[in-house]
Design a protein around this ligand. Structure first.
Ligand code: NI
Length: 151
């Protein structure tokens, strides 16, 4: 179990466009494990590699305890509907905002075994997918928030 340091808003790293993963090495698998540990320790429901200082297209999501999705080179291939709800980020602790996102999205990604899979999610899972994919392009939820929330 390794907990990584989470980069905070204001750090340039979070504004970079990440590079695709072309080979799943033991190092990438270790990174996935460490990202999952880090996300859980911080009680978040998603974490992207740039948030731990790694500029690669990798993210992990766990909106339902025990169900972890590993997304390598994820790409949103379909979306529909609309939702407005609360969104936060482990890189911006203590803050949240209301964002507008699609109600349902389908993302195509690779898992750690190099297998391509499609994941369709609605509501919180759809928000998490959009949020984490945005991170890989240097985009933050505050870029798309309708209004900040004080809680
Ligand atoms: Ni985030």
């Amino acid at each position: 179990m390794a907990k990584l340091k989470i980069v905070k808003f204001g750090d340039e790293t979070l504004r970079k466009v990440c590079r695709p993963v072309d080979e799943i090495t033991p190092r990438i698998k270790q990174l996935l494990d460490d990202m999952i540990d880090t996300m859980r320790a911080a009680e978040g429901c998603g974490l992207a590699a740039p948030q731990v200082g790694v500029l690669r297209r990798i993210a992990v999501i766990e909106v339902e305890e025990g169900t972890v999705y590993e997304l390598i080179n994820p790409k949103i291939i379909a979306f529909s509907g609309e939702q407005q709800d609360r969104e936060g980020c482990l890189s911006n602790p203590g803050y949240a905002g209301i964002t507008k996102r699609p109600r349902t999205v389908t993302v195509r990604a690779m898992n750690r075994n190099g297998e391509t899979y499609d994941l369709t999610g609605s509501d919180l899972l759809a928000r998490a997918i959009c949020h984490e994919c945005d991170h890989l392009d240097g985009k933050l939820y505050t870029d798309v928030q309708i209004r900040p929330l004080n809680d």
